[in-house]
Design a protein around this ligand. Structure first.
Ligand code: COA
Length: 331
């Protein structure tokens, strides 16, 4: 096998969650739903919301600061910043530029990456590829979404699912033969599902009559595809490395629905005790779910140097992927 020039290592994680909690009880007072329905169908108990009008860059910057502080690294040493989001501040400029300036990352380039709930994995695999090729040494990847800005708060099909939040991971170059780092990944797309989960009226395509710039989802169809693709890609990402579920310490799945997460774990024969779940407390935060779950694992003392992790995600597109890595910085 070709030895990469460098190993891409995930060395620190940081997050930002807004203070405000939106409970199922509050939602039940607004739309025709119930705490029991939401918990049994999704696993969600509450989500966090920013103050209305808060731009995405505010939470992305906060997560970036937290990550750099945890890494013990100055922003001026960054080569690049990738912000995965579907709720950037404006169409132009990319939110990553705003983040770059606010962090004081004076020599870093920055751009946004739009790939819905699979955005963070897209940012991670892009950054890893640059680092492995010797094109960058230090890249900050951020997943941040203000989902409350694109939700119809009176549509019970969607308003119960999403929350706001941001998470960041610092990626660094380690030696080519390092014991820890990104080991393998795969990404997929199927645009046949493009209309099943969509935020229309936000691009160059003409809007259909009555459409608004909010999330529309065909829940049942998305659910069926998510279950199938998350399980498939998780298994294939491991088997292509000669690994099985038993070789993994932690599964960090996208947090869209507890039933999708359980189906993925079952397919890999991994007990739920090894699967990081925070959907009950934060809901689906789109591009932020994976770093928020990584931070949850760190807070629980389950994320240490060498921890073997499988990240797996599915989102609007359809787009899905998985990445196997060993956490931490080489000595
Ligand atoms: N409260 C109460 N009832 C609700 C409801 C709510 N918040 N939302 C929908 N319902 C109703 C539906 O109207 C439907 O009623 P009907 O049978 O009279 O038509 C019934 O509950 C069942 O709806 P269904 O869509 O089949 O429910 P579900 O078990 O599939 O759960 C989702 C709905 C959205 C939770 C689920 O489909 C899901 O999680 N989908 C994928 C989510 C996802 O992965 N999204 C993002 C990918 S990143």
């Amino acid at each position: 096998m070709l030895q990469p020039r460098a190993t891409a290592q995930c060395v620190a994680v940081g997050t930002f969650l807004p203070e405000r909690r939106l409970t199922n009880a509050e939602l039940s007072a607004r739309v025709d739903t119930s705490d029991e329905w939401i918990i049994s169908r999704t696993g969600i108990r509450e989500r966090r919301l920013v103050e209305p009008g808060t731009p995405c860059s505010v939470i992305a910057i906060a997560a970036g600061h937290d990550c750099l502080r945890n890494a013990g690294v100055g922003a001026e040493t960054l080569d690049g910043i990738i912000v995965a989001t579907i709720t950037g501040d404006q169409r132009m400029p990319a939110t990553a530029n705003v983040v770059q300036h606010a962090l004081g990352a004076t020599k870093a380039w920055g751009y946004d990456l739009l790939n819905a709930c699979n955005g963070f994995l897209a940012a991670l695999t892009t950054a890893a590829s640059m680092i492995e090729a010797g094109r960058a040494k230090r890249i900050l990847i951020i997943g941040a979404d203000v989902m409350s800005s694109i939700i119809d708060h009176h549509d019970r099909n969607t308003c119960i699912l999403f929350g706001d939040g941001a998470g960041a991971v610092l990626m660094e170059a380690g030696p080519g033969d390092a014991a820890v780092g990104v080991r393998g990944w795969e990404m997929h797309s199927d645009g046949a599902g493009a209309n099943e989960l969509i935020v229309p009226c936000t691009g160059s395509a003409p809007a259909l009559p009555g459409q608004k710039p909010v999330v529309y989802q065909n829940g049942r169809t998305v659910f069926a595809h998510a279950v199938r693709r998350m399980a498939e890609v998780a298994e294939h990402c491991l088997t292509s490395q000669g690994l099985a579920g038993s070789d993994v310490d932690l599964i960090i799945p996208h947090q869209a629905n507890i039933r999708i997460i359980e189906a993925t774990a079952e397919r890999l024969h991994v007990p739920m005790s090894q699967v990081v779940v925070n959907i009950d407390r934060v809901g689906n935060t789109t591009a932020a779910t994976l770093p928020l779950a990584l931070a949850q694992a760190a807070a629980d003392g389950r994320l240490v140097t060498g921890t073997r992790i499988l990240l797996v995600a599915f989102g609007g597109g359809f787009t899905w992927g998985a990445c196997y890595l060993q956490w931490g910085r080489s000595a």
